[in-house]
Structure formats: C-alpha cells, structure tokens
Write a protein that binds this ligand. Structure first.
Ligand code: THU
Length: 164
C-alpha cells in the first residue's frame, strides 16, 4: 500500500511593513539598503539580505554578479558566508531578504533559490537554532517563515554522510 506523506508549510503574510515588529521592520529596511549597492549589472535585479545575529548585530550583503555568470553569488550566500567567516560561533536568529530593480517592478515577496536555502539550512543545523525568514519584493505583501527547513524539506544533511 502506498502511503502519502504530506508536507505543510506555514507562511505568515503581512500587508505592510507597519504590521511587523520593530526589529523585523528594521531588518527589512537594512536589507533594502543593502540591495541599493548590489553589483548586478547583468540582471539588473538587486537583492539585499540582512541577518540578525544572536548577539543583536546585523550583517548585510547583496548579490555579486560576474561577467562569467556562474561565478557570481546570491545575496543570501554572501551574507551567510560572511557571518560564517566573521562570527563562526554566533547563531543567526533571522534573515530579511528583498529585491529591487530599476527596470521592472517587483511586487511579490522574493523566494530564495534552492542553493541559498541549502546554505541557510546548514547554518540552522550547525547551531541547532531556527532562522526566521522575512521576504518582501520592492513593495507589496511580506512573507515570514519560521524556519529555513520549512521551505527546504528533505534537505541533505550531515547525518546522511554517516550512513543514517
Ligand atoms: N539572486 C539573489 O541574490 N538571491 C535570490 O534569492 C535569487 C537570485 C540574484 C542572483 C543574480 O545576481 C540575480 O539575483 C538574478 O538571478
């Protein structure tokens, strides 16, 4: 008998930044500011990310493109690797991610790519602490997810390397 396994994802949707907590609003604002200085001459799709550390510090990053396209990196991984390099022992509590473009409007919350979800889930597992994700486009609704693993179920994890 085939057994169906259902996965449920809960997303909190807000209509405006005014509905967020002050901290989440500040984080989203920092992400928006970071997007302004993204290096995105090829896609013209500026992404900014701001990570809130357990010690209250906010670390920002943005996408860095390259003429050899695959050499570029998404904003989320720029931030997560920067946190890993400079604050290896500090857990990440939350990350706000947003995008803007001068060429077209972005009115839907950004959805992080699979590779970035994998990198963020690694940080969650490393510290055993969930990372809340706050997502917004240039305008429009805001999505808040409680944990990266919620949007990356069945992720590859280190226990698989130990034959478990
Ligand atoms: N990008 C990000 O920085 N984060 C995402 O979650 C999606 C895509 C970047 C990569 C590239 O520089 C541009 O957006 C277009 O894909």
């Amino acid at each position: 008998m085939v057994k169906k396994i259902e996965i449920r994802v809960e997303i909190d949707e807000y209509d405006s930044i005014g509905e967020l907590t002050d901290l989440d609003a500040r984080l989203l604002e920092a992400a928006g500011k970071a997007a302004d200085t993204a290096y995105a001459p090829y896609s013209h799709f500026n992404v900014g990310a701001a990570a809130l550390l357990d010690n209250g510090e906010i670390i920002v990053g943005n996408n860095q493109e390259n003429v050899a396209y695959p050499s570029g990196l998404c904003a989320e991984r720029v931030v997560m690797f920067s946190v890993g390099a400079h604050h290896p022992d500090v857990p990440v509590k939350a990350i706000a991610i947003t995008a803007k473009s001068e060429e077209f409007g972005i009115d839907e919350p950004l959805a992080p790519c699979g590779a970035c979800r994998q990198v963020m889930v690694e940080t969650e597992k490393k510290h055993g602490q969930n990372i809340r994700i706050i997502l917004r486009g240039q305008k429009g609704k805001i999505h808040v997810v409680n944990s990266v693993s919620d949007i990356l179920p069945f992720s590859f994890s280190s226990d698989k390397l130990k034959g478990k």
